[in-house]
Design a protein around this ligand. Structure first.
Ligand code: FES
Length: 565
């Protein structure tokens, strides 16, 4: 250990007398019963995201006990501290609105409390990106520990898990195919264990990305939340954090362009969540890197979808884990990856993947020659409606709708959507395009997962399962459909989307990667002149978001938190 302050000596409070500050800190720490010998040890901070509002994180207290065991056995002093915790369905207007708040909180605690390394316990959708953003900005050596996915539940001859099955059943209920009684039964069967959503949604995608980037072991991405392996992974995370103190590899050192490309490849091969594009852009931005949508599109052309999980395919996360998990997937992709990328232990990706002798279940993790899809799950679109870009998850969309030119029906915000979408008098046909505007990162809606616009009830009851839908907001990683997302610039900043009106024609071409509004420039100029932004929120977090939030291609981060390139 160097002569530099370490352990409790780091980040002294400022009384103008450093020795007094440390004396006072030790004195207060001793009130918790620690011996001097314990207080002399290097400190591992543990970000505790347990919350009665976060069902996904139900096992966090048990995981923290296991982390502490690992830290103590390796010779460190574990100190847990609370941070903001975000659960997807528990926040208004949406959890995304607070991702940057969690990142800001976590960064401040990592950077300014006395600790030599940290274990960040996260899992639910926004928590992993927030913690990675924080770790990179604070640049404190940090191990990620996710809570792990929930298990699927047997129900009437099939398996259910949040949240692809939630949406599937809800769509059938709206279409009149499922009774009130049955939807009530299903409600109690969708999330029956602790853990994050059991499909390749945002939480699972971000866990796989965190493992790819080297912030946690590969098997830690998918081990089920309630499996004993999860506790062993937690114990090892504590030990790894102590190793990091001895051989520090700060988070920034993992954030190379090659490693970022690896993360994008994995996202594509997983058929992963569209939300991960926004989160990866924000994570990259904290390291002075850019996630270029054109590059993502190019990588998508040469990266097959290999993982057959819902919502793109059939399996659940527990199947992915049993099938070989991330090691098997990365082995399949190895010729496309930067194998020199390092993890927190300084091991290269080549060393982490091993020699290919592992077990693989080909029903879940396909060989390169027999992919789920020969090209990646995502495409980036540009055009007069999305000059800065938009995203479509083609692996979860209907190919017959990829080339569509049609009239659009516009909903101006979420209140308008819910007021009119099921109106029997709504003038809509299955060939129309549904457009939602006013739900991007700067809008009061905060970029919610509302891009999965419901099929109007009267069409759903005729058996319509998919329509072209588009918006400036996001979609749950567990959802599916021909849905264009993250249109930038968003309507709230006066982007072209703000000018779209019902009856306009829009052209979507996946083949040409185009999204165009087919309206005369003179008409658009008149609408632009009449357009007025909504008033800014008066105070608090909403005000800061309004003033600082970037557009989706920059990760919807706060501009002043991004690193210089
Ligand atoms: Fe937490 Fe889905 S609600 S991961």
């Amino acid at each position: 250990m160097s002569d530099k302050p370490h352990g409790l000596g780091r980040n002294a409070s400022n009384y103008g007398d450093p020795a007094f500050a440390l004396y006072l800190r030790r004195s207060f720490a001793k009130s918790m019963g620690y011996s001097q010998a314990m207080l002399d040890k290097p400190v591992v901070g543990i970000a505790d995201t347990a919350s009665d509002y976060n069902n996904c994180h139900r096992t966090v207290p048990e995981l923290i006990e296991a982390v502490k065991r690992g830290v103590l056995a390796a010779g460190g002093l574990p100190l847990a501290f609370p941070t903001v915790s975000l659960c997807e369905p528990s926040l208004s207007p949406c959890s995304m609105h607070y991702r940057n708040l969690m990142a800001l909180d976590t960064e401040a605690m990592l950077a300014n409390q006395p600790m030599d390394a940290a274990v960040l316990v996260g899992g639910c959708d926004k928590t992993v990106p927030a913690q990675l953003m924080a770790a990179i900005s604070a640049n404190v050596p940090s191990v990620m520990l996710v809570v792990g996915p929930m298990l699927a539940q047997a129900f009437e001859g099939e398996r259910l898990s949040a949240c692809t099955d939630c949406r599937r059943y809800w769509a059938r209920y709206r279409a009149g195919e499922v009774s009130e009684e049955k939807i009530g039964q299903v409600e109690g069967k969708l999330a029956t264990t602790a853990g994050t959503c059991g499909v390749m949604g945002t939480a699972s995608t971000m866990a796989c990305i965190a493992a790819t980037l080297g912030f946690m072991p590969l098997e830690a991405a998918s081990a089920p939340a309630v499996h004993a392996d999860r506790l062993r992974i937690a114990e090892e995370a504590g030990a790894q954090a102590v190793r990091l103190i001895r051989n520090p590899l700060p988070p920034l050192s993992l954030m190379t362009q090659g490693n970022l490309d690896n993360a994008v490849r994995v996202l594509l091969a997983l058929g992963g969540s569209t939300n991960a594009v926004v989160h990866l852009a924000a994570i990259a931005g904290r390291a002075g890197l850019a996630l270029d949508l054109k590059r993502l599109d190019a990588l998508s052309e040469e990266t097959p979808v290999l993982v057959d999980l819902k919502p793109t395919g059939e399996g659940y996360m527990e199947d992915f884990h049993a099938a070989g998990g991330m090691r098997a997937l990365l082995w399949e992709l190895r010729d496309l990856l930067d194998l020199s990328a390092k993890d927190l232990d300084g091991r290269s990706l080549a060393e982490r993947i091993g020699d290919g002798s592992h077990y693989v279940d080909r029903r879940i993790i396909r060989a390169r020659g027999e992919p789920v899809s020969p090209v990646g799950g995502l495409v980036a679109l540009f055009g007069s409606l999305a000059p800065e870009g938009a995203i479509l998850k083609r692996s979860a969309a209907t190919p017959a709708l990829f080339e569509t030119e049609a009239r659009c029906i516009v909903f101006d915000g979420l209140a308008d959507l819910s007021a009119r979408i099921d109106d029997p008098d709504l003038d809509v046909t299955p060939q129309d395009i549904l457009v939602l505007k006013g739900a991007g990162p700067r809008s009061p809606a905060g970029m919610p997962e509302a891009g999965y616009l419901p099929i109007p009830k009267k069409l759903a009851r005729q058996g319509v399962k998919d329509m072209v839908r588009m918006s400036d907001c996001r979609m749950s990683g567990t959802a599916f459909g021909t849905i264009v997302l993250h249109i930038a610039p968003e309507a709230a900043v006066g982007g072209p989307l703000a000018l779209v009106e019902t009856g306009d024609r829009i052209r979507l071409s996946v083949k040409e990667r185009r999204l165009d509004l087919l309206v005369e420039e003179a008409t658009l100029a008149a609408r632009r002149a009449a357009w007025k932004p909504a008033p800014a929120p008066k105070r608090g977090w909403d005000r800061l978001v309004h003033e600082q939030v970037t557009q989706a291609p920059l990760g919807a981060d706060l501009a002043f938190l991004r690193a210089a390139p």
